[in-house]
Design a protein. Structure first.
Length: 439
């Protein structure tokens, strides 16, 4: 280049100096992708903090609306540029009237005729008349959203916060969050239910050996174990099985537990197990819904007087087992009382106190070293293997006879092993509880 043709670069220099304060995208030089959150995502994240996980605002996603007059090709390009974008809100006269979704755009993209004849997206808008509000609760609106989807095949809904467009939600968003909330609630409820089962400090303080194993068929169940300490030497142990399953059954197990907790809180001095069980039945008869009942096997132990009694209220057979040398002595204790929750147990027990000549509706025994007591819920005998065969009572009795020789610390493991080996890959149909008491 000749000297006469030199170019004056002063203007370019001024432009460079003026632009020195602008942010420089380092990825243009390093090849690294910018780690900057999308402005829309950042905006949505900030707004979501003002809502609880149960409110619609927490699942709404903000996407900048487009005008109904926008070119179809422009919208097609928007979907191509963002793989995560499933729908775009559409405005008419500054008001969101509906959406254009990816499925619709994909069908249009594949038709050259539609693309040539359609200058805007107006004819492809899925118009939505219903409006959801960010502070409304998800579960309260789930049925409405589901019904609209089923009737009109509308999948996306506008969400407003006050009078302002806040974002959009889909039926899938509703279902996913509802499932997530219910799963979390069930986990919390399960932890609460398990907290009512006897803790190690309670079982270790008993003057006899006590252990139990429990597995619910679902997150919540209808089996319950309770230990009520009347004194240092007297205790009442119960194995309860509520009719029904899941949430309703679990609420009734908590009801049983809170009854005994209330007795402890009020420093109840009544040590007569007949009075206590009669009082329990009278209480349950007031709170248990018609058609429901609770079976129970309760063992009252007076360690000082060396005797114990079994109250079987419509429950599975309870076994007393003792070995002497090669001889095995076992006693099967079947129900003498109906299930709890109907008032009949209270009436029969109180009648037995009034009339001494009537036969007691319970079994009383003298305690001696070496006696083992086995109580269980019917989920143990009802469990099925992969071929659908039930475990049945005969196998259960044989199992408890063999369990007699199992060391104290290995009882839980033996029960768990037996259950898992029997059901294999089959589903547990009912809650299973096994209690092992050793005098």
């Amino acid at each position: 280049m000749d000297e006469e043709e030199a170019v004056d670069l002063s203007e370019f220099a001024e432009d460079l100096s003026d632009g020195a304060s602008e942010a420089v995208d380092q990825s243009l030089f390093t090849g690294e992708e910018k780690k900057v959150q999308n402005k829309e995502e950042e905006f949505s994240s900030m707004l979501h903090e003002n809502f609880s996980p149960k409110q619609i605002g927490s699942i709404a996603r903000y996407t900048e609306p487009v005008s109904a007059s926008v070119a179809l090709d422009a919208v097609i390009q928007m979907f191509k540029d963002d793989d995560k974008l499933m729908a775009i809100p559409v405005e008419e006269y500054d008001h969101v009237v509906g959406f254009i979704d990816r499925k619709t755009v994909d069908s249009v993209s594949g038709s050259m005729w539609k693309r040539f004849t359609s200058s805007s997206i107006t004819e492809f808008i899925q118009r939505v008349d219903v409006i959801l509000y960010a502070r409304e609760y998800i579960e309260n609106n789930l049925k409405k959203v589901s019904d609209i989807n089923r009737k009109y095949e509308i999948s996306y809904f506008p969400v407003f916060n006050g009078k302002s467009f806040f974002g959009m939600v889909s039926l899938d968003d509703f279902l996913d969050r509802t499932a997530e909330i219910r799963e979390q609630d069930l986990a919390k409820a399960s932890a609460i239910q398990q907290s009512f089962f006897p803790h190690g400090d309670v079982t270790s303080s008993l003057p006899y050996k006590f252990c139990f194993w429990n597995q619910m068929a679902n997150e919540l169940g209808g089996d319950m174990i309770n230990i009520y300490r009347l004194s240092d030497s007297c205790s009442l142990v119960g194995c309860f099985d509520v009719s029904g399953k899941n949430v309703a059954a679990s609420l009734l197990t908590v009801t049983v537990s809170t009854f005994f907790q209330s007795l402890l809180a009020t420093s109840n001095k009544d040590r007569n197990p007949v009075h206590i069980i009669a009082m329990l039945d009278a209480y349950l008869a007031r709170v248990v819904p018609p058609g429901n009942f609770i079976t129970a096997a309760l063992c009252y132990v007076d360690y000082e007087k060396k005797n114990f009694c079994i109250f079987n209220c419509g429950h599975t057979t309870t076994y007393l087992i003792r070995k002497q040398g090669d001889k095995v002595f076992n006693v099967s204790i079947d129900p003498k009382l109906p299930p709890l929750g109907m008032g009949a147990v209270h009436d029969q027990l109180m009648a037995s106190l009034e009339n001494r000549e009537t036969k007691h509706p319970y079994n009383a025994y003298k305690m001696s070293s070496g006696i083992h007591l086995s109580m269980y819920s019917d989920g143990f005998t009802d469990m099925k293997d992969e071929q659908g065969d039930r475990y049945e009572d005969v196998r259960a009795k044989d199992f408890f006879v063999k369990l007699y020789d199992v060391a104290d610390g290995e009882v839980k493991g033996e029960v768990e092993k037996t259950v898992k080996e029997w059901i294999g890959t089959a589903i547990l149909p009912d809650d299973v509880t096994v209690i092992d008491i050793r005098f």
